[in-house]
Design a protein around this ligand. Structure first.
Ligand code: FES
Length: 190
């Protein structure tokens, strides 16, 4: 049986509580809208603008409010590129797949991030530390292939650099957790 690492249960509880709070907020927001199919896109836009993504369970809330089938809401939401269905990670990785970056191997860089983090583009890691998205030209074609990590532009990204970027964040996180667990130092020990 898999033993949870220290802090894993706490993390799962935090994530569940956060999800619940988001859904309650969405339910309250939906109630302000009239019913009828014509309100579907405006409601989805409201959810996305407020929470930066449309959670899966929110589709049912929308469907119930508008008197539609949940699959109809899914169908419309997934048809439009403007909607994302996963919460953004604490660290957002955006890999450019514009023409120049594509020619210089942007898709290989994307694959490396996906493999390293075990998620696909458009998804978020279960601890919500990282999300990956593919983006169109970000205007730095001379630096192709380009990836944005938390709004910092990384140019001429090589597959080996992907490993280093993720490792840097992981080391930083472990250090912060260690400091949190040590707590305030006893003045007598100083
Ligand atoms: S195509 Fe990637 S920055 Fe222009």
């Amino acid at each position: 049986m898999h033993d949870a690492k220290p802090g894993e249960d706490e993390l799962r509880n935090d994530v569940a509580a956060e999800d619940e709070a988001v859904l309650e907020d969405i339910a309250a927001g939906i109630a302000d809208f009239d019913t009828g199919r014509g309100r579907l896109i405006p409601i989805l836009q409201m959810i996305q603008e407020t929470h930066t993504y449309v959670p899966g369970p929110a589709m049912k809330l929308v469907a119930d409010h508008l008197g539609l089938a949940t699959c109809e809401v899914y169908g419309v939401a997934t048809f439009y590129n403007q909607f994302r269905f996963n919460p953004p990670g604490k660290h957002q990785i955006k890999v450019c797949l514009g023409t120049a970056c594509h020619v210089k191997g942007g898709d290989i860089i994307l694959e490396n991030f996906e493999r390293k983090l075990g998620i696909r583009a458009g998804e978020t890691t279960s601890d919500r530390e990282f999300s990956i998205d593919r983006v169109a030209c970000v205007g730095c074609c001379a630096l192709a292939p380009v990836a944005l990590v938390d709004e910092t532009v990384h140019g001429h990204v090589a597959p080996s650099k992907v490993e280093g970027l993720i490792l840097g964040f992981q080391i930083e996180k472990e250090r912060a957790e260690r400091e949190k667990n040590v707590g305030p130092q006893d003045p007598a020990s100083l």
